[in-house]
Design a protein around this ligand. Structure first.
Ligand SMILES: C[S@@+](CC[C@H](N)C(=O)[O-])C[C@H]1O[C@@H](n2cnc3c(N)ncnc32)[C@H](O)[C@@H]1O
Length: 207
């Protein structure tokens, strides 16, 4: 498999080497919730990590499914939920292969895509489309982590830079309804930022 493996992520958690972890839910999730842009529904959080957003969504009345293939991530999410006296469905599985028994109303995609080598992005985009019915929404935080090596064509990560034009090609307008730019840029503790975009799933491509 190209790029980071499950063992890679397990080790990062075990070493406490988790610079992506804000130690709290992303401010963008709070902004979407406060604005009523993300109403309570059945929602999937792929690559949930320590689970801060899972807890915030469960506290806000969502039926949450948290997915991660790192055992430590699922254990931490379980601990956070228990401490808050909340529940969610926890799934320890590979996002590139897992299929639920029924689709979700929404997906909260915060830095799972950028954790995958771009060789796997097409497969992940297929999963995103399979997890949502037409009209389902993808709340995406596209990591902006452009490195100097990009000028020489190097693919460096994780996190892998989620250039907005690459995202438009990956999640094409034939399948996904994009809002017009500009998009809010959410600061990240590491100094990078994420672009916040809400996409509506249109269903299968026309033609
Ligand atoms: C950069 S961390 C982000 C965690 C969390 N979303 C956050 O923002 O704090 C990426 C997470 O995705 C998980 N992950 C990466 N590839 C995965 C895959 N193929 N299937 C399931 N989880 C995966 C890792 O185990 C890790 O928890």
């Amino acid at each position: 498999m190209t790029g980071p493996t499950r063992e890679f992520w397990e080790q990062r958690f075990q070493e406490g080497n988790t610079p992506w972890d804000r130690g709290a839910p992303s401010p963008q999730l709070g902004a979407w919730l406060d604005a009523g842009a993300l109403p309570p529904c059945r929602i999937l959080v792929p690559g949930c990590g320590s689970g801060h957003e899972v807890v915030a969504l469960a506290a806000a009345g969502f039926a949450v499914t948290a997915l991660d293939y790192a055992q430590v991530a699922i254990a931490r999410t379980r601990q956070l939920l228990a401490a808050a006296n909340l529940t969610a469905e926890l799934v320890e599985a590979d996002a590139l292969a897992w299929q639920p028994d029924r689709p979700f109303d929404a997906i909260y995609e915060q830095t799972c895509l950028c954790a995958l080598h771009p060789d796997h992005w097409q497969a992940y985009a297929e999963r995103l489309a399979a997890w949502l019915p037409p009209g389902g929404r993808l709340y995406a935080l596209f990591m902006q982590a452009l490195r100097t090596g990009a000028a020489e064509g190097l693919v460096e990560g994780p996190p892998y830079h989620c250039d907005v034009n690459a995202m438009r090609a990956l999640l094409p307008a034939s399948r996904w309804q994009w809002p017009p730019p500009p998009y809010a840029r959410v600061p990240h503790p590491r100094g990078w930022g994420e672009l916040a975009v809400v996409l509506a799933h249109c269903g299968e491509p026309i033609g």
